[in-house]
Design a binder for this molecule. Sequence first.
Ligand code: FES
Ligand SMILES: [Fe+2]
Length: 394
Amino acid sequence: MFVNDTHMPQRLAPSLYTSAEHLEREMERMFQPGWHCIGALSDLPNEGDYFTRTLFEKPLICWKTGGEVHTFLNVCTHRFSLLRDKPCGHMGEHLKCQYHGWEYDCHGDTQKIPDAQSFKPMAKGELGLRKFRTETAGQLIFVTLNDTVGGLREFLGDYLYDMCERWFTPDHDLVCPLDIVHECNWKVVIENVLEGYHIGEVHPNSLGVYPDEKCCSHEFHEFWDLYIDDYSTVPMNARPDRIMSKLIGYEPDYKWKHLLRYPNVVFGQMAMFTWVQMVLPVSPSECHAMWRIFCYPGKRGRLKSRILSKALRFWGRRFMSKVIGEDEAVYPAVHDGIAAPMRPRGGLISTREERIFPFQDYVLKMTGEDAFLTKERDIEEERQQPMTVATDGD
Ligand code: FES
Ligand SMILES: [Fe+2]
């Protein structure tokens, strides 16, 4: 059942999806103080492996050494080359710059400098790499660019942190890493994943129809929310994931769970599949979504189980890619409509879409825009629209 029994108004004015000034405020107040999932331990299977990422225009390199994961600014302190410009690769025991070969250790301190005497005088440890705090929850790797915020558990809260430990264990196989650039404001993506109302139009061949309200429940907390769709009563032959999970001998509770840690970290679980989706703004009209989708393969070892779990991962990859692609196709249209110079008044959030309302509330509160100001701005924007006046042939 839904929490509300009446619809709610759209709270965010058009400019909050299009203004560079507002995005700056979001960055400063919502994103910079946060922790951001930049990958999974499965992205670094071996000691010495690394991957590179860009987070809020900062190039990062994430490197596994000594059994731990470290994140640095991917810029050499010698003459500022990117240390590595490939998306991923392997290093020896030191992180080595691709340009002149300076080497750094896990603290970011210089270890080996070719022709070191030509740099004299240089104090030991004088030119270390900028290092960022990195923590893991389950397999997920999180980083913060802010040195003063609390730890990851504090950011996620006990419930979400412990959930990550259960949903993304070392036994969960990474089946589908996706990195996608969407041509829309980041809030368009978050608002879309917070509601299933669009399923009938956007996902008729993948998800079918939206579930009956009786099967749905919503929970709202200060920094996160939870949606549960209980599909345990849906006939088994209508759910391929149920058939597969029975075959591999792992039968979860058959509830589709979906959570948002405001503003932009999304977690999901469907049968043996779990995923994290990070949505990061690039500009007011562009964002980057990183998905890491995992599958619990059931008991390992038996040949039958190994074959089945391979089939399951193949099916999961195809299914999730299809659903994500269907959403991606509609984002530019949603963004362009929201950003149109003239749009109709209104904007309604139904009870089925009610998760959007606290999300919008969070954005307003964190950026200092209250409902009154937003409404006033909306009205002012419409007042400033050029009027089209019909004339008689001149
Ligand atoms: S710029 Fe990295 S070693 Fe010269
Ligand atoms: Fe969707």
